[in-house]
Write a protein that binds this ligand. Structure first.
Ligand SMILES: [Zn+2]
Length: 240
């Protein structure tokens, strides 16, 4: 697996090293099984986190990417806790998009609580726009690129998903991917500070959310997403 962007079908961008997995590991496993190439980008190394060193977190992120069979996992090394939609950050993300040339991009929803998620979402949205401008950042060898869709994670209670993905066949594997980030979750006897993620019930509750969402569409488990752009449906009968 590479640590720099290469061409893929699907790009997922998260602020911290476990955000992508917690938001959509099941969908990524499904897309991989369907034959699509997956690329992962973390904006920060999670150095502000209460548990796990940056080195631990890097090793865990690479293990998770391996479990997802990702083509690459890159880290932009933006400052954890101070992610901001600066011109530098936007330009770096444009280069990631132009190198990886994804058909679709997934990232945080702009109304999530953590400021890094909010600003990360904005960086990705602005970079999606500028990546298509031929005269923006004329880096030699990089062609402009326009992804077909920017899709947001729907992981917070204030967000109503636009669509759900059936992950029933990848439900157990999803949590195998997530628990690659072992430093972040409950470990009996650990002396590290307790966090929202490390409380004993956290993963049980995430599983329950997936199962509940599955029930909404008549399957065992599902993940939800938001598309904010207008959907062009050529054949409503086939689509629905
Ligand atoms: Zn995060």
């Amino acid at each position: 697996m590479k640590t720099e962007p290469i061409p893929v079908d699907v790009l997922a961008v998260g602020a911290h090293p476990d955000d992508i997995e917690l938001s959509m590991a099941g969908t990524l496993l499904k897309l991989g099984a369907l034959g699509y190439r997956i690329g992962l980008v973390d904006l920060t190394r999670g150095e502000l986190g209460s548990r796990g060193t940056p080195a631990d977190r890097r090793a865990e992120a690479l293990e998770a990417a391996h479990r997802l069979d990702a083509a690459f996992r890159a880290n932009l090394d933006l400052p954890d806790g101070a992610v901001s939609a600066t011109e530098d950050a936007r330009r770096v993300m444009v280069r990631v998009i132009r190198r990886s040339r994804p058909k679709i991009i997934f990232t945080h929803h702009p109304t999530e609580e953590h400021p890094d998620h909010v600003h990360g979402s904005r960086i990705v949205a602005e970079a999606c726009h500028h990546a298509r401008l031929v005269n923006y950042d004329r880096e030699p060898g990089l062609e402009r690129h326009r992804p077909n869709a920017l899709i947001h994670f729907a992981v917070t209670p204030n967000v109503l998903p636009t669509f759900f993905v059936d992950i029933s066949e990848h439900f157990d594997a999803k949590y195998h991917v997530i628990t690659a980030h072992a430093s972040q979750f409950h470990r009996p006897g650990s002396r590290e500070p307790e966090t929202y993620l490390s409380k004993g019930d956290f993963l049980k509750q995430r599983r329950a959310t997936d199962i509940h969402r599955g029930g909404l569409i008549g399957v065992s488990a599902a993940e939800g997403f938001v598309v904010s752009q207008p959907l062009a449906v050529a054949d409503p009968v086939a689509f629905f």
